[in-house]
Design a protein around this ligand. Structure first.
Ligand code: NDP
Length: 475
């Protein structure tokens, strides 16, 4: 466990305000209680425009060969009206609704009814029942970690169908991409709305709920911390991982199949996208137990940001490179392909090693070796809602001594590699690196704000010891 509880939590150790006032004590760490105007404006912007942004990108590929500027030029010059574009947009179909329902239902079955078997025969893999981190209310949730198994079964069936059963075409996802977008939106909004209602009327753990009193903020950022149905159906773990991230590699495979169908071959750029993103996805599931200790699970509440984001934003915008390559089949020169592969692999190495170092350090409570040496760290403490004091450690050696978020740096290098596979003809495939740069930089700020709230002066000592965030000596 990352943090260990003080053996005798004493009343005297509690700040006065925390003794009877849960609300005050939760201000210490976790999601904000009060909403400033900037956060509110950003949230309103995202609620209104994020679905349009996704639609615009996908429509640009469907109707304008992935040009982001041509639709705008057409509209601004009066060459086309919004209704012309809308009328050419494929509607929701029964077929897409059937595919999507089956897909989500299948993932629910794999998640809820098939206990993990992989950890019994895969050496080094941590699966089965695992514990999450301590929540602000001092709860430690248990999770059934079986994502790798779900991914393997799903992909085995996909390949069995493609090469043996032929129940459906492997291009099925590409061929129904826009009708499926409507289905994903319906699920995304339904689950976010349900989570909001659940937070008010039947929360899983009332002490871990947060209400700002601002409807839009609560809808976007979530009220409940770990909403669940029954003992095991955890919304965050399911929606973060399953419909979106299991689908990620299938979507890329469907794009590759479409290239094969259209051009009689799969380009090396498409293979690179499939391989590099495939490594990222398999890594996610191989390390699903580690994921329980990341910000998404440890700190974010479940609202539209995660619910809609996992259903729509992730599967549609994280896969833009493969989609682009269906319309523009780029065949890279050998040197470029190797250069991109090396960049992607180095990025992945940094991402994985940094995450692994923290995981090992926290799991062993600092009793491990990082780069052959005992890790250096700063001792820190924090309080949970009930006033219990916990102790933790912040590592200052290994990659964590280079920068405070070097795992993000590795992630960004990998993200750039995906985009570079698409060449430089269009800007659309570069959306991912732009978005990840904004997301991860914002995440640095958000995480550090929260950590400061949690650890106070101990966090200041840490930032003095490791002064840079992403790039040593620069930022
Ligand atoms: P981290 O895994 O870096 O977790 C941050 C938390 O780790 C902090 O809140 C703190 O939590 C703890 N921590 C911070 N510094 C230290 C330290 N020096 N020693 C020990 N513990 C420390 O962040 P994320 O959860 O954001 O990211 C996890 C991975 O997921 C990253 O590699 C990121 O790149 C990737 N990611 C990918 C996204 C995508 O869309 N592709 C989106 C977001 C993340 P505590 O309270 O426990 O001390």
């Amino acid at each position: 466990m990352a943090a260990h509880q003080e053996k005798k939590p004493s009343e005297e150790r509690r700040p006065k305000s925390t003794q009877n006032d849960t609300r005050t004590s939760q201000v210490q760490w976790g999601r904000a209680w009060e909403v400033d105007w900037f956060s509110l404006a950003s949230i309103l912007f995202l609620l209104m425009f994020a679905p349009l942004i996704v639609y615009y990108f996908i429509m640009s590929c469907d109707q304008y060969q992935c040009s982001l500027t041509d639709p705008l030029i057409d509209l601004l010059t009066g060459n086309k009206h919004l209704s012309d574009i809308w009328n050419k947009t494929p509607p929701l179909t029964y077929r897409a609704a059937g595919i999507y329902t089956l897909w989500v239902a299948f993932q629910v079955v794999l998640y809820v009814f098939v206990p993990d078997f992989c950890h019994k025969f895969l050496p080094g893999y941590v699966g089965g029942v695992q514990e999450g981190a301590v929540t602000p209310a001092g709860v430690v949730n248990k999770y059934e970690i079986n994502g790798l198994q779900a991914w393997l079964i799903t992909h085995a069936l996909w390949f069995a169908n493609a090469y043996y059963f032929h129940w459906f075409s492997p291009t099925i996802i590409f061929d129904n991409w826009i009708p499926l977008l409507w289905c994903a939106n319906i699920l995304g909004y339904a689950v976010s709305t349900f989570a909001m209602i659940k937070g008010y009327f039947f929360p899983t753990n009332a002490k871990d709920c947060k209400f700002t009193g601002n409807f839009f903020y609560d809808y976007m950022m979530g009220i409940e911390f770990n909403p669940r149905i029954g003992k095991w159906f955890d919304f965050k773990l399911f929606f973060n991982g399953r419909p979106g991230i299991v689908a990620w590699t299938l979507i890329n495979l469907s794009y590759a199949a479409k290239q094969q169908e259209l051009y009689g071959q799969v380009t090396n750029s498409m293979i690179l996208v499939n391989v590099l993103q495939g490594i990222y996805v398999v890594d996610f599931f191989w390390n699903e137990a580690w994921y329980l200790k990341t910000i998404d699970i440890c700190h974010d509440h479940f609202g539209w940001y995660l619910g809609w984001g996992d259903c729509v934003w992730l599967p549609y915008l994280y896969t833009l490179q493969g989609l682009y390559l269906v319309y523009h089949p780029v065949q890279l020169g050998t040197a470029n392909a190797i250069g991109i592969l090396i960049l992607g692999l180095i990025g992945y190495y940094i991402f994985r090693t940094t995450n692994h170092q923290k995981d090992l350090f926290r799991r062993t409570n600092g009793n491990c070796r990082i780069w052959g040496k005992k890790p250096e760290y700063i001792e820190c403490s924090y309080m949970s809602v009930d006033g219990t004091k916990y102790y933790s450690k912040l590592m200052t050696s290994g990659f964590w001594g280079w920068a405070r978020h070097f795992n993000y740096t590795g992630d960004l290098m990998g993200s750039l590699a995906y985009c570079l596979t698409c060449g430089f003809e269009h800007i659309l495939p570069y959306f991912y690196i732009v978005y990840m740069t904004i997301l991860l930089t914002h995440r640095c700020v958000r995480d550090e704000h929260r950590c400061f709230g949690k650890y106070g002066k101990d966090w200041k000592r840490y930032t003095a010891a490791v002064p840079y965030r992403l790039l040593p000596g620069i930022f």
